[in-house]
Write a protein that binds this ligand. Structure first.
Ligand SMILES: Cc1cc2nc3c(=O)[nH]c(=O)nc-3n(C[C@H](O)[C@H](O)[C@H](O)COP(=O)(O)OP(=O)(O)OC[C@H]3O[C@@H](n4cnc5c(N)ncnc54)[C@H](O)[C@@H]3O)c2cc1C
Length: 400
């Protein structure tokens, strides 16, 4: 039976897509969308790309303008933070309580900071963060990026394109280690270095230092890096403080079943970066901090809430634009025990553009990464939907 009132907490991508999908599936009951930010819902990927570069202004990244929101027929409250979840209701920071028979959690992440991080050192999660960094970068000649994850790499790429000399400091031996693994991360490292970034790998920050420059950090190898502007990109922390009294295990996001239903709570679903859905093929809970996965999950949750048939599980997909190339990743590289070159020379130390790498687990293809090889990566998607072994994957790649 369809609920009478759906309350969506968090008005970013996952929240807005859930509302859209509820209406698309024909849900006619009442919907309330509540978000902590004062702004209308906006899209985050351009924050480290076109918006940071100054090529786009905030209006261009709106997910919905006021008129489009109105058309969805949802009641909206912006600038209101959830502070507690109880059975059938959510409490907000102004003391108000909203009851609903279905509650969707879509509160995303907050950017992690380093201990002792000064206020003048940036992080990047929100539009306000991006505008503040953009303003400081407008007059900067040098930039320090702490953390070579996707966001740090994209900020470095945007800065280099503006002629800002950029240093990236990363404790791991290669950039993008968590997303791509060691060998493929090394390709990304080469792309950065060939693009002129000074890459300091395998060194940790031991502290922030006083300096006449805008920012300075001391490193574990005894050296110091100074720059006009600094940004820390060391990942995010699921926004789950308001769930602390629910009894959920919140060690890495909100545990959900394979359709986004929060495990152990009735009538509660979760989508997006904060949601750790069960992987139906491999078991275990897994969060994906991916734009496309968030949209896919919103579709599943809207259909599950209304009792409509849910689509088969989608393969996780992520892209990143950096240093003139689109890096794409489909699947689960985190579980791989072997990799194989499917196309191009990047893995062997040659030309990076056009490189496609397969990730295998127990001999089966579980992920594909590409550098400037969008057409080929797209063709590999079908391979990941079925059991494809190494020989078949290599054979398929020959047809590229
Ligand atoms: C700079 C940047 C670049 C990115 N680039 C890419 C890319 O190139 N490719 C890609 O695939 N993905 C990219 N991503 C990731 C993608 O944007 C996320 O996967 C997506 O935004 C997740 O949506 P979400 O709804 O889970 O979270 P969000 O979009 O973060 O929305 C969560 C919302 O919930 C609100 N909220 C938090 N706590 C509360 C509370 N207690 N009460 C009410 N509201 C609350 C927040 O204010 C926020 O507005 C990027 C992310 C960032 C930050």
């Amino acid at each position: 039976m369809s609920p009478e009132h759906v309350l969506v907490v968090g008005a970013g991508l996952g929240g807005i897509r859930t509302v859209e999908q509820l209406r698309r599936v024909g849900y006619e009951g009442s919907i309330t969308l509540v978000g902590a930010e004062e702004r209308l819902p906006y899209d985050r990927p351009p924050l480290s790309k076109q918006l940071l570069a100054g090529d786009w202004e905030p209006a261009r990244i709106a997910l919905k303008d006021a008129a489009a929101l109105e058309e969805l027929g949802a009641r909206t409250c912006f600038g209101l933070r959830a502070v507690a979840l109880r059975p059938g209701e959510v409490e907000f920071a102004d003391g108000s309580i909203m009851a609903a028979d279905a509650i969707v959690l879509a509160t995303g992440l907050s950017a992690r900071k380093l201990p002792g991080q000064p206020d003048s050192v940036h992080t990047l999660r929100t539009l306000d963060n991006a505008l503040s960094l953009r303003e400081d970068m407008a007059t900067a000649k040098t930039l320090l990026v702490v953390g070579a994850g996707f966001i740090g790499a994209e900020v470095a790429s945007t800065a280099m394109a503006k002629g800002i000399a950029t240093t990236i400091v990363e404790a791991a031996p290669v950039p993008l280690l968590r997303g791509l693994g060691e060998e493929v991360g090394a390709i990304a490292g080469r792309l950065m270095a060939e693009s002129g970034v000074e890459l300091r790998l395998g060194v940790a920050i031991t502290g922030f230092a006083n300096s006449d420059a805008g920012a300075a950090v001391d490193l574990s190898d005894g050296s110091r890096v100074e720059a006009d502007v600094a940004v820390v990109g060391i990942g995010g922390r699921p926004e789950v403080d308001y769930l602390s009294d629910t009894g959920l295990d919140l060690v890495d996001g909100v545990p959900c079943d394979a359709n986004g239903r929060v495990v152990g709570l009735n009538g509660v679903w979760a989508v997006g970066d904060m949601a750790a859905w069960t992987d139906p093929a491999l078991g275990g809970h897994r969060r994906h901090e991916h734009w496309t996965s968030t949209s896919d999950q919103a579709l599943v949750v809207a259909r599950a809430i209304t009792g409509a048939e849910v689509p088969p599980p989608a393969v996780p997909y992520f892209w990143s634009d950096q240093f003139g190339l689109k890096i794409q990743l489909i699947g689960r590289p985190d579980i791989a025990d072997e990799i194989v070159a499917l196309r191009g020379e990047g893995l062997a130390g040659g030309l990076i553009k056009g490189t496609v790498v397969g990730y295998l687990w127990k001999g089966l293809l579980v992920a594909v990464a590409g550098f400037g090889a969008a057409r080929h990566v797209a063709r590999c998607r079908a391979l990941l939907m079925q059991s494809t072994d190494r020989t078949a994957a290599v054979e398929f790649a020959r047809s590229f």
